[in-house]
Design a binder for this molecule. Sequence first.
Ligand SMILES: O=c1ccn([C@@H]2O[C@H](COP(=O)(O)O)[C@@H](O)[C@H]2O)c(=O)[nH]1
Length: 233
Amino acid sequence: MAAPIAVAIDAPDIETAARWASEVSPHVSTVKVGLELYLRYGPEVVGTLRGGNKTSVFLDLKLHDIPATVAGSVRNLARFKPSILTVHAAGGREMVRAAVEAAPQTSIAAVTILTSLDDASLDDIGMSGPVSEATRRLAVMAVESGAAALVCSPQEVASLRAEVGPDVTLITPGVRPLGSDHGDQARVATPEAAYEAGADLLVIGRPITRASDPGAAAASIAAALRRVEATSA
Ligand SMILES: O=c1ccn([C@@H]2O[C@H](COP(=O)(O)O)[C@@H](O)[C@H]2O)c(=O)[nH]1
């Protein structure tokens, strides 16, 4: 079975994106399209990456606007049948609710606090922290507004699970295999730690796509998750 990994296909062009998607697809459940590709190629990129394979396409556009604008945008995007569509929880209760109501068949994931931010960054932007508390606040609000999924760092998974219960899908970027470069990610954990903590879907980009063999990198992380599963069974 494909591992619960969404590979972030943050590629400069569609040819590279399609190659990465086809190399990793045998090993992972999902490929993720973000702003970089979407803004260059538009919604057709979803169909291109879905291709002939059965991989789900997660559309990570992190919508953040007034409720009516987000509702209209979500309605338009739902036509392309992404498995998951992201909005920023910080857009507020009414905005998250508008997104959920606009596309009842689409799983709306609310991004809590970006994994590139830490306590000092929240201070800098005037948001009350620490990150753990801000994440909790946004998560509870988003779930109360109908979000089926949350995006958080692996470091918050265990506490958010206790807060929102077993039915909410927890999606974690900020995943870094041991020894790999953290880049711009501030709140990170290894794939094994994220999975052990209870993450439902691990978002992993550069550690896979910038590897010399993205397919092999995806297969190796998928195998590590299977080992975690086997030891916890
Ligand atoms: O809080 C967030 C929300 C989304 N992302 C996205 O995940 C990937 C991570 O890629 P890496 O190369 O593994 O760092 C990227 O597409 C981000 O836009 C996130 O990192 N943090």
